[in-house]
Design a binder for this molecule. Structure first.
Ligand SMILES: NC(=O)c1ccc[n+]([C@@H]2O[C@H](COP(=O)([O-])OP(=O)(O)OC[C@H]3O[C@@H](n4cnc5c(N)ncnc54)[C@H](OP(=O)(O)O)[C@@H]3O)[C@@H](O)[C@H]2O)c1
Length: 318
């Protein structure tokens, strides 16, 4: 089969012809129709997760999100049958062994897979797992926030586009930090106000808009120094969460703030709830920009979400 893979951690991603996978005991073989692109894909291929102790297999096939159709089921598979449309996040050890920028993948049926609901196309399903699942997991953890002011930094991206909607629906007053050309889209998602970091000093502007401070900071973009500065906006008793492991939890605790270095807890149930929210219209899925497998190497490193909120989805058969 064809796949985008790296031969080692310092190699460039390229198209490779690799052996077709087979469904082993307890595994399903999925014909991948669409694979969502996320920032983590490049960081896995770069070796950032090796530095965190994760094992890998080379050639390392890139990508963790996908949607497709079950083509075969190994012995003792009970959850799925050939013909089922499924989607999921395949972030399994060793890294690269279940990559999704590929025509097929074989995975244990208890992996983070769920059925694509009727009415949802496979491109949309492939765009959901990592970005939408992370946003739903964060919103679940924060709980209902009626009237609370929440600042979402990096709101125009994959996670932020879902999170802005979920937090606004939970009753929060959502302030966003994103480029100006995303402001109208974020307002349509329920944001009260957007701050363009290219035009203003965000700590100063948010501080002026919220003289009593904010209740929650959710930062999807900043490195540690910028995160620490933004966290000074949070009131005592509030929460400052980073998806980039930028929070100094002990330091924040001294100021009476709960610091969180968030790591998503993906489950099949979370995926199913997310798909249900999108297919019933409670949450808008992103507009999709499809690319061919051959186009992927030249696209990597660019934002996974364009100015219009369009999420890049790879069509391995395209
Ligand atoms: N810990 C976890 O479990 C977990 C799970 C999912 C994602 N993540 C991480 O969370 C981050 C966001 O993921 P994503 O899928 O939403 O990424 P994404 O689609 O690439 O979006 C990131 C957004 O952040 C903006 N941005 C970049 N630098 C910024 C800065 N200094 N200040 C404000 N905004 C900035 C980008 O805008 P521009 O285009 O204008 O630069 C873009 O809109 C990534 O680092 C990802 O790896 C972590």
């Amino acid at each position: 089969m064809r796949a985008v893979a790296v031969a080692n951690y310092s190699a460039q991603p390229t198209i490779m012809e690799l052996p077709d996978p087979r469904a082993g005991h307890g595994e399903v073989l999925v014909g991948i129709r669409a694979a969502g692109v996320n920032p983590i894909d490049l960081s896995i291929a770069n070796g950032e997760w090796a530095a965190r102790g994760a094992d890998a297999r080379f050639p390392l096939i890139m990508g963790i999100d996908m949607a497709g159709v079950v083509e075969a089921a190994g012995e003792h598979v009970t959850r799925f049958a050939p013909g089922d449309a499924v989607f999921g996040q395949l972030f399994l050890p060793p890294l690269g062994s279940t990559g999704t920028y590929a025509e097929q993948v074989a995975v244990p049926e208890e992996a983070n897979l769920a059925r694509v609901p009727p009415g949802m196309d496979l491109e949309t399903a492939a765009a959901l797992p990592t970005a939408g699942g992370t946003a739903l997991n964060i919103a679940d953890g924060l709980g209902p926030l009626p009237g609370e002011t929440v600042l979402v930094v990096g709101a125009a991206g994959g996670v932020g586009s879902f999170l802005t909607q979920l937090l606004a629906a939970s009753g929060a007053r959502v302030l966003t930090v994103a480029r100006a050309d995303a402001a109208d889209r974020l307002r349509a998602y329920g944001a009260a106000e957007n701050f363009d970091r290219a035009a203003v000093s965000v700590p100063d502007a948010v501080g002026a808009a919220c003289p009593d401070g904010i209740g929650v900071l959710v930062d999807l973009a900043s490195e540690a120094p910028a995160f620490a500065e933004l966290a000074t906006l949070v009131r005592v008793g509030g929460t400052a969460l980073s998806t980039r492991y930028a929070a100094d939890v002990d330091d924040l605790a001294e100021y009476g703030i709960s610091g969180i270095n968030f790591r998503v807890n993906m489950t099949p149930d979370l995926l199913a709830r997310l798909a249900d929210a999108v297919v019933t219209g409670q949450v808008a899925g992103p507009p999709i920009r499809t690319v061919r497998l051959d186009d992927v190497p030249s696209l990597l490193g660019r934002p996974s979400v364009g100015a219009a909120g369009d999420k890049i989805v790879v069509l391995p058969g395209g």
